[in-house]
Design a protein around this ligand. Structure first.
Ligand code: ATP
Ligand code: MG
Length: 578
């Protein structure tokens, strides 16, 4: 690539709307531009990085025996009605009508479409196993598209679907994809962790997320420092005993339940400050609505966070969502901020284990400007149902080993694997005939990778104050040649010769052939972040050397002009010693 002929509109200023580093740097380095909220143009360098991820994914999926297909982006509503998800998926599903007023959606995922294909074409156990994948643009009308490519509305995903005859075969297919994902993210040069995950709207029973470790990640994950158990904090199991509070957590004994005035004090922090009671003595009462319309009061300790995934699992429902103000007011009979368990008119109430047996608690009184103190669970709420409802955090005990405790990290979910069982095949009657002529529903799994999110995650993990520091395998090109003065014939000839030789050797190169000041060229080179920079200047050239600088390292080295090609060819293959 010649810089002059490549569309690289770099910016000196940070775009104002960008909250995270990958978004800022992708825009500033001229790699993406926003078209509408969560919808982007990919410019040449950005697209090259996307293609790098795609190529690794494609190679490893093919190696694992999966076959690439391409399904339509626009999918007929009928298939989604068959699985039941037309109604369940909610507003993230972009629904559209054709000229005949028929319903379609822009596919956010393709279980229905692929199951329909397979039920029409696959009939016998002899056709199995089968694993079909595609790399395709998806659309999800996210409530809060943000962070650039990390949470877009339109994004590129690799989605794969496995079909097997038996449970054991399906487990093998799942394991095959799990190890394939490890190979993919290893090859991308990313620090990541596979963690146990909730199965969300996709459904199923076994699932892992592949989380790229980065402080800016939206997901909290925990892992045991002793046995290696790792899970999304929303899902990580906590044992009942480990969650139990001290028998009486009241610092000053309170005689019985008392109502106290708390004018305008609504949040745990506000009431805690106002009453001088620590947050761990509070009961947080959250009102939820389920897919069946039931109103649920969910109780967690004031210093804990509720996990919606665990609540959903404990209730055995498809989804839960925080109730709107009207519902909360109707159930509690009080304005927002004063809800509590006593006298709450909910269809059911459920509490986290950490509240079992707790005494001396503070909770909302279901009355404006009032709270109770001295709440005693066994005495005042004897029939509460308990479950594991809270998000795990650092220091919580591991459920799998006696000694271990959790460490906490932030992660960016770049991929997720699901064992689906017969959820879709049963609903859509996708069956096969076994050797004895018996019909069985197909055993399925599905496996996604966010291609464009992986590009953003790589930048979140690999950058510095001056710009992107691409991991070699994902870089839009490997070598950036910076001739400091394009009008100097010797410099220019050396640069051109190096460019030609590197191209001939199969190395991807960007030659900065602009008539710009060296400072401008260096700034752009750092911003764009290609792994290897070669600087060609008059003084060094007079000594028959050029300067080689790795983007990830602070210092440059000098390499004789006669050795630079072999050095770069070796380095571009990942040979660090070169
Ligand atoms: P999230 O929890 O982040 O919303 P998800 O669990 O709904 O994601 P999946 O259905 O598992 O996503 O989709 C597979 C992969 O697609 C994800 O692991 C992620 O890498 C990517 N992905 C999902 N939603 C988005 C999005 N809005 N923007 C970019 N990539 C996404
Ligand atoms: Mg997911």
């Amino acid at each position: 690539m010649r810089y002059q002929q490549t569309f690289i509109p770099t910016l000196r200023q940070d775009p104002t709307e960008a909250e995270v580093v990958s978004h800022r740097l992708l825009v500033r380095a001229g790699m993406i531009r926003q078209v509408a909220r969560g919808i982007y143009d990919f410019l040449p360098l950005g697209l090259r990085a996307v293609r790098k991820v795609e190529a690794i994914v494609r190679e490893e999926m093919n190696r694992a025996g999966a076959q690439e297909i391409l399904m339509p982006a626009i999918c007929p509503a009928e298939l989604w009605q068959e699985s039941g998800r037309w109604d369940l998926y909610g507003k993230e599903l972009l629904r559209i009508k054709d000229r005949h007023e028929r319903d379609f959606c822009f596919g956010p995922t393709h279980e229905e479409v692929v199951t329909d294909l397979v039920r029409r074409e696959v009939h016998s156990y002899r056709d199995l196993p089968l694993n079909l994948y595609q790399i395709q643009v998806k659309f999800r009308d996210e409530m809060r598209p943000r962070f650039g490519l990390m949470r877009g509305r339109e994004f590129i995903m690799k989605d794969a679907y496995s079909f097997d005859a038996t449970f054991a075969d399906a487990q093998r297919a799942y394991h095959n994809m799990y190890t394939t994902y490890e190979r993919i993210f290893d090859r991308c040069g990313l620090r990541y962790r596979p963690v146990e995950a909730d199965t969300g709207a996709i459904g199923g029973t076994l699932s892992h997320e592949f989380q790229v470790l980065a402080d800016s990640g939206e997901d909290a994950i925990v892992s045991c420092t002793t046995c290696g158990y790792a899970a999304n904090a929303e899902k990580a199991e906590l044992r009942p005993a480990s969650a139990a509070p001290p028998p009486d957590c009241s610092s000053a004994p309170v005689k019985g339940l008392q109502k106290v005035s708390t004018p305008d004090q609504r949040t745990v922090e506000e009431v805690s400050r106002f009453l001088g009671e620590p947050p761990e003595r509070f009961v947080k009462t959250l009102v939820y609505v389920t897919d069946t319309g039931a109103v649920i009061a969910a109780l967690v300790r004031g210093d804990h966070e509720l996990s919606e995934a665990k609540l959903k699992q404990a209730l055995g429902c498809q989804w839960v969502t925080l109730a709107d103000e009207e519902t909360v007011v109707a159930a509690s009979g009080a304005p927002l901020g004063f809800a509590g368990p006593l006298g709450m008119k909910a269809d059911s109430m459920i509490a986290d284990w950490a509240l079992r047996g707790a005494k001396g608690l503070v909770c909302g009184a279901n009355e404006r400007d009032a709270h109770y103190i001295g709440l005693d669970q066994p005495r005042d709420l004897p029939y509460l149902r308990f479950a594991d409802l809270r998000r795990a955090g650092a220091g919580d005990p591991c459920p799998r080993c006696p000694e271990g405790v959790f460490a906490a990290y932030r992660g960016i979910e770049v991929g997720q694997t699901f064992y689906l069982g017969t959820k879709y095949s049963a609903a859509m009657r996708a069956t096969y005939l076994d050797a004895r002529g018996q019909h069985h529903p197909l055993e399925m799994g599905c496996y996604g990778i966010g291609i464009t999110r992986t590009v953003a995650a790589a930048i979140e993990q690999h950058h510095d104050d001056n710009g992107i520091v691409w991991p070699l395998p994902l870089a839009p090109a490997t070598v950036h040649i910076v001739p400091v003065n394009w009008n100097d014939p010797t410099i220019r000839q050396t640069a051109e010769a190096l460019y030609t030789q590197l191209l001939a050797a199969g190395v991807e190169v960007l030659l900065d052939d602009r008539d710009e000041r060296p400072g401008v060229k260096f700034k752009d080179a750092d911003l764009i972040g290609l792994p290897l920079r070669v600087t060609i200047g008059a003084k060094t050239l007079a000594r028959h050397v050029v300067e080689l600088k790795r983007r990830a390292e602070p210092h440059a080295t000098e390499v004789p002009v006669g050795h630079i090609v072999e050095t770069l060819v070796a380095a571009s293959k990942g040979d660090v010693s070169a």
